[in-house]
Design a protein around this ligand. Structure first.
Ligand code: T4K
Length: 398
């Protein structure tokens, strides 16, 4: 007989959206203000190397992060490297297996060894017990990640760092504008690093920043960012070039001007998704703790794949055919990536990497688009077994 999934685009129906709805769309602030800043930059003929715009950007990022210092960079990966270097780390660094490759790469590129810990399968955040188990005599630091802008168990992480005498650095790429225990993200651990990549809710095209309350870390990071120049022609140590350009800072300042609006739109989107998905058995939107500040940038769905009868990846294929571009965030876990292959088991990471994905959000997403996406999710979850069988038939026939 006819079932309500037969109309899906993956089986030849008309896609739910004519134009794709895409995760990772950049938020663009006021163009006139951006162009004005760029005009002034061109008039001043100062395009990089710690100009007025990047210094203003640093002041405003530090203000939002509640930290004394901010060192703006060309991207977060470089800022992570500055943090690891400035903290003088050697040997092994503990990194959650569930993160973007950049977290592990930042350490490995410096010749440090990322040693993975597992994450809580319900939150995607480092499990402090697994962190402790990964610590050896060669460990000098922990590189934590506020995955999806949802910081967890920061007291336990700090306690471990203190007990074992380790530096604690946070990859806060997702967590600009978020808070924990009533304090803004930025001032936890030795240093924290934000990403302002185009896909982040505040962007500088490409960009990042290290924030800290430690004057020595800030000073060293700023020097290393600029080839290790300690003044004039003096090179005190091996440095790199990780400077933020003035054009990037102009974009960043313009993003910051609209940051409250971006958060408000993300928050509306989150609540609309919540409402739209509340009746869908087998798919749950991960909670955002609204007693803390949040940027609401990541609408994360966890699939109960046994209940819906469909794998997460098949579900995403069905959505893609409808012109809804979601994303696995992240897959497959660093421990399964070619440079980091290991025999150790990471069941929490495997579970999260297998069953979760992120939905489109951002300022341009409209309420009726969210309603349509939720409608699709409902049809898919409700007909999961039939969709799986139909997909199997199609694939056998191909
Ligand atoms: N730590 C964590 C936990 C991170 O997630 C990241 C980066 C880092 C550290 C390092 O930060 P950065 O060094 O990048 O500052 C993207 C980004 O390049 C990367 O910044 C981000 N995280 C990572 C998770 O995703 P791709 O290869 O997945 O991007 P791409 O080109 O496939 O685009 C993603 C989606 O966004 C697509 O749906 C298209 C859309 N998009 C993208 C861009 C660039 C747009 O609509 N417009 C755009 O301009 O890496």
């Amino acid at each position: 007989g006819k079932w309500s999934g037969a109309e899906l685009a993956i089986f030849g129906g008309r896609p739910a959206f004519d134009t794709p709805v895409i995760f990772g769309r950049p938020n663009i602030g006021n163009r006139a203000v951006l162009f004005d800043r760029l005009d002034r930059m061109l008039d001043a003929k100062w395009l990089s190397n710690g100009g007025e715009l990047s210094r203003e950007f640093e002041r405003r990022v530090a203000e939002t992060a509640g930290t004394r210092y901010c060192v703006a960079t060309c991207n977060a990966t470089s800022a992570l490297q500055l943090a690891l270097r400035a903290a003088g780390l050697r040997g092994e660094i503990i990194v959650p297996a569930f993160t973007f490759a950049a977290t592990a790469h930042a350490a490995a590129w410096l010749g440090l060894k990322p040693v993975f810990c597992d994450v809580d399968p319900l939150t995607g955040s480092a499990d402090p017990r697994s962190v402790e188990q990964a610590i050896t005599a060669r460990t000098t630091g922990i590189l934590g990640v506020h995955i999806w802008g949802r910081p967890r168990a920061l007291e336990a992480m700090q306690e471990l760092a203190d007990r074992f005498g380790l530096a604690l650095i946070y990859d806060s790429a997702h967590a600009f504008g978020c808070g924990y225990a009533g304090r803004p993200i930025g001032g936890f651990g030795t240093a924290e690093v934000f990403s302002f990549h185009s896909t982040k809710f505040v962007n500088t095209f490409e960009g990042g920043a290290l924030v800290t309350n430690d004057p020595e870390i800030a000073e060293t990071a700023a020097r290393l960012r600029n080839f290790g120049i300690s003044g004039g022609d003096d090179i005190a140590e091996v440095g790199t070039n990780a400077k933020m350009s003035e054009a990037a800072a102009a974009m960043g300042l313009t993003s910051l001007d609209s940051m409250d609006y971006f958060v408000a739109r993300n928050r509306e989107n989150y609540h609309r998704y919540r409402q739209g998905m509340s009746g869908i058995a087998g798919l749950s939107l991960l909670d955002i703790d609204e007693s803390e500040r949040s940027n609401y940038q990541y609408a994360v769905v966890d699939c109960d794949i046994d209940r819906i009868g469909l794998s997460r990846d098949d579900l995403l294929a069905v959505l893609t055919a409808e012109n809804v571009y979601t994303r696995r965030y992240f897959y497959p876990g660093c421990h399964r990536m070619a440079p980091y292959q290991t025999d150790r088991a990471f069941p929490g990471t495997d579970r999260v990497a297998r069953d979760t994905f992120v939905l489109p959000t951002g300022v341009d997403l409209e309420p009726r688009q969210i309603d349509r996406i939720c409608g699709l999710l409902g049809v898919i979850a409700h007909n999961g077994h039939a969709i799986r069988d139909a997909l199997a038939r199609t694939r056998r026939a191909a």
